[in-house]
Write a protein that binds this ligand. Structure first.
Ligand SMILES: [Ca+2]
Ligand SMILES: [Ca+2]
Length: 462
């Protein structure tokens, strides 16, 4: 089924919000959205909320106020959308967990299967316990959350994340999947799907420090797939995971792959994030409709600082990376990420109430975009060597240093669509400027000679 450009444009414009979220762009009331919106090149029937129970409105006023709508995009170019690809093969940065630098040796192991009291085994685990889940499907049923305390690892025994699936009850009851409340928790080598609220909930205010999330597949979560509430949680790592929506599975717009409040010195690396594009009806799953805007795939805000976001691939997502977003972020490095989208949408990298970030050697190719990088209400950024499909956009009260950026990139600058490799003989080769924070490219190749522009340093073999 194909849609006209005007239909696609209407869908792209459908990010309406009601007045109660303190919108600051002057846009008017919620726009009508066709019954089917176009994303990912496929029709996505909107889910009916009629069969789902109503919930109380969200009390997270700070979030709601900051998740303001954005002005409507300019009329987008709408190139053909290729079929969605498989996640790329793990890079050298993603070895098996037990061989990875993140491996945490525990004192004892407990092995459980789906027929055991696996929830009890996890929740009662003492510090120094590794709970290994055999292959199988683990239904949450009436369990609203599985609490994981200090010094506990939960991981799939086989190491194959697709064979250990924790499954919630869909978008009906509120549920939070794994609920991390202690220090040094690791969750690895498993999948979580069909949980209404969050697949992984990190409770900073309850003492969650330095969680490691590794080789996870998180899909079809009602709100945020990974959510951290405030509490100055330090030194977390989210790596080598795949996060996104199956076609047609999104409900509403209160969505992100990763949403971190008050994160200090976190690393988000080597993840594959896909289809973080809402329905453009402004709903929090199926309530508070008109309030929300499809959220960034990676959002780090609310007085966070020092975040490193690198070597992630983000495809077909309405917004990709945001620091601050009205609630402050200090420092941080965004480098060697690949962001690809053919439909209309919003920013690739948005710095809003963020200061002193380094944004370097990212490749951001958007269809119908207004600014692959947008900056507002912040200063001291260094923005270098990015391969962008449109110029960096100043959205007010912003300043930065820049150099080596290419701002009219198209798919023709790439060797193939949906991959960050530069086309042979690309103008991006040797066109960058030295940046101390970027010594390698997205696949770990050294930046040789003058840096190439974008996420890929073209190797001699190409
Ligand atoms: Ca070079
Ligand atoms: Ca390379």
């Amino acid at each position: 089924m194909r849609f006209s450009k005007s239909c696609i444009l209407i869908a792209a414009l459908g990010a309406g919000c009601s007045e109660k979220v303190g919108r600051d762009d002057g846009a008017s009331a919620l726009r009508s959205v066709p019954d089917q919106v176009v994303a990912l090149g496929k029709a996505q029937p909107r889910l009916s909320g009629a069969a789902l129970p109503a919930l109380k409105p969200s009390a997270r006023l700070l979030e709601e106020a900051a998740r303001r709508p954005r002005p409507a995009p300019q009329e987008p170019e709408v190139p053909e959308t290729p079929e969605a690809p498989e996640a790329p093969e793990p890079a050298e940065f993603c070895p098996p967990y037990v061989e990875s630098p993140l491996f945490r040796q525990r004192d004892r192991q407990v092995v459980v299967g789906p027929g055991d009291d696996w929830v009890g085994a996890i929740q009662n685990a003492r510090t120094g316990t590794e709970v290994l889940l055999r292959d199988g499907e683990y239904r949450l049923g009436r369990v609203r959350r599985v609490q994981v305390g200090s010094g506990v690892t939960v991981r799939g025994q086989s190491g194959d994340r697709e064979r250990v699936v924790v499954r919630g009850e869909g978008y009906g009851p509120e549920a939070e999947g794994f609920y991390i409340t202690g220090r040094d928790v690791t969750i690895a080598d498993l999948s979580v799907t069909r949980v209404r609220s969050f697949a992984i909930s990190i409770k900073g205010e309850l003492g969650a420090q330095a969680p490691h999330l590794y080789n996870l597949h998180l899909t079809d979560t009602g709100k945020q797939h990974i959510k951290m509430s405030p509490g100055e949680s330090r030194d977390g790592v989210i790596a080598c995971s795949s996060i996104g929506y199956s076609p047609g599975a999104v409900s509403g717009d209160y969505i992100d792959a990763i949403d971190l409040h008050n994160a200090i010195d976190w690393v988000i690396r080597d993840n594959y994030i896909y289809n973080i594009t809402g329905e453009h009806n402004g709903c929090n799953v199926d309530t508070d409709c008109g309030t929300y805007v499809s959220g960034p795939a990676i959002l780090v805000w609310n007085h966070s600082r020092g975040t490193i976001i690198e070597r992630n691939t983000i495809v077909d997502s309405y917004r990709a990376i945001a620091l601050g977003l009205g609630n402050h972020h200090e420092g941080g490095i965004v480098r060697n990420n690949f962001i690809w989208r053919t439909e209309g949408g919003d920013s690739g990298v948005e710095l809003r109430t963020a200061n002193n970030a380094v944004v370097a050697n990212n490749t951001i190719i958007h269809g119908g975009n207004r600014g692959p990088i947008e900056v507002s209400r912040g200063h001291g950024h260094r923005i270098y060597n990015n391969l962008l499909s449109a110029p960096i956009r100043d959205r007010g009260d912003a300043s930065w240093d820049e150099g080596g950026n290419i701002t009219d990139a198209t798919v023709d600058d790439l060797a193939a669509p949906r991959e960050p490799y530069l086309a042979p003989g690309s103008r991006a080769v040797e066109a960058g400027v030295p940046v101390a924070e970027v010594e390698t490219d997205f696949e770990g190749e050294p930046r040789s000679g003058r840096p190439d522009v974008g996420a890929d340093e073209a190797s001699a073999a190409r």
